[in-house]
Design a protein around this ligand. Structure first.
Ligand code: SF4
Length: 233
């Protein structure tokens, strides 16, 4: 087991050099009906079903360092070329490297919506991070809960804590009136209690999607090794 906050610091040291952050790919994707995507390197969780491979487990050997300015330029060029209105970061956890992310958001033209897909750990750990994000009107945050409670979170991530940080992130985003939605990965059939809790946390103002795990060959192989494949079939 590991502590996701300590892991964040360790990963930050590997994927950030001052305000430059590692990315390994820039591309157009069909998600959200078309979105310009920068794939970053490094995460503070180790989800058993993660589709990212080297960008999470082998950060030293993948990617190159980019300034916020060059990331913003690349994303906006893709969006412009494909006539997209949306941008995002995938491949790893975009909230690692707060200054890099904030500077990047400053550089995004207001005509674009930036979708921040996050596991919420660092947002729930530090409310001031969420306060800093609240000044961007063209931002939507998608928090993906890894499990429906601490027990399932631990099973999926092998982290010793973090589920409460994910819930805190939702609370803070709601308090700061930032546009957001929740995605959940869970095998539980009955999620009534979780939905009730989330609805209380968000004062009924809530959009929840259940995320399906895609069994890419690497994911399948990892789950087979861990004898957890049947959980996701
Ligand atoms: S939080 Fe996302 S990127 Fe990080 S390990 Fe989990 S699924 Fe992969």
């Amino acid at each position: 087991m590991y502590d996701p906050i300590q892991l964040s610091k360790k990963i930050e040291n590997l994927v950030l050099k001052k305000n430059l952050k590692k990315y390994y790919r820039f591309r157009s994707t069909c998600f959200y009906n078309g979105i310009a995507t920068a794939d970053t390197v490094g995460c503070n969780l180790r989800c058993v079903f993660c589709w990212s491979d080297k960008s999470v487990w082998n950060v030293k050997n993948i990617g190159k360092f980019y300034t916020p300015n060059s990331v913003a330029e690349k994303l906006q060029k893709i969006a412009n070329d494909y006539k997209y209105r949306q941008l995002r970061i995938s491949g790893g956890e975009p909230t690692i490297g707060k200054n890099h992310l904030l500077e990047l958001l400053e550089l995004i033209e207001k005509k674009y919506l930036f979708i921040l897909e996050t596991n919420g750990i660092l947002l729930g750990y530090s409310k001031s991070y969420v306060e800093d994000l609240s000044k961007f009107n063209n931002l939507h945050v998608r928090v993906c809960l890894k499990g429906s409670d601490l027990k399932e979170f631990r099973l999926f991530t092998n982290a010793n804590r973090g589920f409460n940080f994910q819930l805190n992130a939702i609370k803070y985003l709601n308090e700061e009136k930032i546009s957001f939605n929740i995605a959940i990965v869970s095998n539980r059939n009955n999620k009534k209690d979780l939905y009730k809790m989330l609805s209380k946390l968000c004062e009924e103002n809530i959009f929840i999607e259940e995320e399906d795990i895609k069994l890419y060959p690497k994911v399948k192989e990892r789950l087979e090794k861990l004898r957890m494949l049947e959980l996701f079939m």
